[in-house]
Design a protein around this ligand. Structure first.
Ligand SMILES: Nc1ncnc2c1ncn2[C@@H]1O[C@H](COP(=O)(O)OP(=O)(O)OP(=O)(O)O)[C@@H](O)[C@H]1O
Length: 332
């Protein structure tokens, strides 16, 4: 289990926080993905947990042991954390098995354990090869074998698939998480790819400007995002400002903010069977195979782009949505 309590880090004496009083728990054996745009604090969080940085405030507890606080600092090599990075970080002059043995050098059965780990990641028979003789995906499996060999309490995967092309990435991601799940290790998976997070994580944690904005299971993040930023990470949304509410002839609570996912808006050449709708002028249409991408101008003048199934394009289309699909965010 990993417990983070009010963890903070600033690099400019408290003027701005790279990480701003972040608290969360990852249950033993579960996979938690950390998602956030560039600069949101992901790397800072990883560096604090792994012991490469000291916190300004808060504490980190790993498997019931306090590893960092204002008064405690357990060095990285004693934290029982395995790491897998984007860059593989294998030693080029060591063979595959020597790379895996590196982290368990003092263990009397190191060769046996390293062999078992290589078998686990599907690289049996490749022990004597050097990293340059392996593909990117194979090198990443070696990095995983090396990280798992010391039986870590926590495995941190830091953008591990960013160097790989899309097809290989999906296949390797699924294989790697199958292996990881079979070991029961607790995982912190850092990614900017929401699709990866949705596919493999038990819970997803969203960081924004150093703050934790939501931690939830995937389906809740989609259906009940806490704000528009979280909503927009999982697909395009139209913000239902007061002028857009007027366009659609609806009126919601003035003290809150609202949005609708683009995929919950229907575009049609006739009046749709929806709670709210508006007739809009088509200003641009692009045919994309079996879909058309339409850009329309709402009566308020706001442009909006939506895709609909291919059909003869008219000058005007109706856009409509149902009340039940509206996303509601907290008080302004
Ligand atoms: N050593 C440092 N000195 C000064 N500022 C830093 C340092 N490390 C990080 N920061 C700042 O802290 C904030 C968070 O950075 P961090 O690297 O944690 O973000 P990130 O989410 O990992 O971004 P990316 O996805 O681009 O790696 C940024 O504003 C960054 O400029």
């Amino acid at each position: 289990m990993l417990k983070i309590k009010s963890l903070s880090k600033s690099f400019d004496k408290g003027k701005t926080f790279a990480l701003d009083h972040v608290s969360f728990v990852i249950k033993k054996g579960s996979v938690c993905a950390i998602v956030g745009e560039s600069g949101s604090g992901k790397t800072t969080l990883v560096r604090l947990i792994s012991g490469l940085e000291r916190p300004d405030d808060g504490e980190i507890v790993l498997s019931n042991e306090k590893v960092a606080s204002l008064t405690t600092f357990i060095p990285p090599e004693r934290r029982k954390i395995g790491m897998v990075f984007q860059e593989y970080a294998l030693f080029p002059h060591l063979t595959i098995i020597e790379n895996v043995m590196y982290g368990i050098a003092k263990h009397k059965d190191k060769k046996q354990i390293a062999k078992e780990m290589l078998d686990l990641v599907g690289l049996e028979g490749m022990e004597k090869r050097y990293p340059y003789q392996l593909s990117g995906g194979q090198q990443q499996r070696v990095a995983l074998a090396r990280a798992l060999a010391p039986k870590p309490s926590l495995l941190i995967l830091d953008e591990p698939f960013s160097n790989l092309d899309t097809m290989l990435k999906t296949q390797l991601r699924n294989e790697i998480f199958e292996i990881i799940n079979s070991t029961g290790v607790t995982v912190l998976f850092v990614t900017h790819d929401t699709q990866d997070a949705l596919t493999v994580a038990d819970e997803i944690l969203i960081l924004h400007k150093g703050k934790l904005v939501q931690k939830d299971i995937a389906s809740n993040l989609y259906t009940q995002p806490t704000n528009q930023y979280v909503a927009s990470l999982f697909g395009k949304v139209l913000s239902l400002t007061s002028e857009i509410q007027q366009d659609f002839n609806c009126s919601f609570d003035k003290g809150k903010s609202f949005a609708i996912r683009n995929e919950h808006i229907i575009a049609s050449d006739h009046q749709p069977n929806r709670d709210y709708y508006v007739k809009s002028k088509v200003i641009k249409s692009i045919v994309l195979g079996d879909k058309i991408q339409l850009t329309v101008k709402l009566p308020s003048g706001v442009p909006f782009t939506i895709s609909m199934s291919a059909q003869p394009v008219t000058d005007e289309v109706y856009l409509g949505f149902n009340k039940g699909a509206v996303l509601e965010f907290g008080r302004l």
